[in-house]
Design a protein around this ligand. Structure first.
Ligand code: ZN
Ligand code: ZN
Length: 325
């Protein structure tokens, strides 16, 4: 049960009740678990405001260990540079057949993915991205690709320019913002040269770009596919040796509302593509907050605190950290 203050705040921010907010962010369903498969039950969670950590995700009933709590499709995703010729440009599925692949075309694993990618790809494919890609590649930047894809989605009208505003932003230094100016210039230049009209680019200024990057920085997930076949396992092992197991990065809405714990009760996994699966690691009681671990939980306390403070801007007060473990 939440304290009164949080409930009041919750009412102010989400006046139409939290249930609506929760429902709005589900692109998906939970296990059917014996109910009528044609009418899947809603996932057993709700988003509420917490006392100390902003929004959080809470169980609405008890959840069993290993249970699939819900799945989530990304709001925006992009393959990593090293995977771009190996995975689906939309869903990041691995081992895509390379038949018919001709540079500079990108790969899609299915007609469905090609269709869904139209929202950004129709705009993107008209532009020459070589300067933008070279700039990001030389600096090892991965997040500008997500911003580029989002910009193309806004231009084509499939999403609005403020669609990520609901997510928590990172604090940016003046130096970080001045570095972003250069990326923005290349991004805007590529779109202008491809013939996108000025009035379609009015949103694409440094305030928008820095605001988007600030949100991507702390909300993007690095996607590593667990895979389902022996071939996938071999590919993953080889990728780990090359220290690049990630097939890409993605931003989700609902999964971003999960708070962190160094000894989490929930984890997020990817099996064959970018669709995220939130699973219970142990038994969770009704009303308990569901938390995931944002970092490698095997690190010691100091290393975890450092990473969380520098990367995510908070000091972790989870029970494990408080007991100096
Ligand atoms: Zn695909
Ligand atoms: Zn902790």
């Amino acid at each position: 049960m939440l304290p009164l203050l949080s409930r009041r705040l919750a009412q102010r921010f989400f006046p139409h009740s939290n249930r609506l907010l929760t429902t709005y962010f589900f692109s998906t369903t939970s296990d059917h678990r014996g109910s009528n498969p044609s009418r899947p039950s809603p996932p057993p969670i709700q988003v509420l405001l917490t006392e100390s950590a902003g929004r959080g995700v809470f169980a609405t009933r008890s959840i069993e260990p290993g249970e699939l709590i819900h799945t989530a499709k990304p709001f925006v995703s992009h393959p990593s540079i090293s995977s771009i010729d190996k995975v689906c440009y939309f869903c990041l599925k691995n081992s895509v057949r390379r038949l018919g692949f001709q540079a500079p075309e990108v790969l899609f694993c299915s007609e469905e993915c090609r269709e869904q990618a139209k929202g950004f790809y129709e705009v993107e494919k008209e532009a020459d991205w070589s300067a933008f890609v070279a700039h990001c590649r030389n600096r090892g930047l991965k997040y500008p690709f997500l911003a580029k894809r989002l910009a193309c989605m806004v231009i084509s009208g499939v999403t609005s320019e403020d669609s990520l505003d609901i997510l928590q932003p990172a604090r940016l230094s003046a130096e970080m913002i001045s570095q972003m100016e250069e990326e923005l210039c290349l991004l805007r230049g590529a779109l202008e040269d491809s013939g996108v009209k000025d009035e379609q680019l009015t949103f694409l200024n440094i305030e928008w770009y820095a605001g988007v990057l600030a949100r991507i920085r702390i909300n993007a997930f690095r996607i590593e596919l667990a895979g389902t076949s022996y071939d996938d396992l071999l590919a993953l092992a080889a990728a780990s040796v090359e220290s690049e197991a990630a097939v890409g990065n993605a931003v989700y809405l609902l999964p971003s509302f999960y708070n962190h714990d160094c000894d989490p009760n929930t984890h997020i996994v990817w099996v064959e593509n970018v669709e995220a699966r939130l699973k219970a690691l142990r038994e969770i009681e009704a009303g308990e907050e569901l938390r995931i671990c944002y970092i490698d939980a095997s690190m010691d306390r100091d290393a975890r605190q450092n990473l969380l403070s520098n990367g995510f801007g908070f000091e972790c007060n989870c029970p494990r950290c408080m007991s100096n473990d």
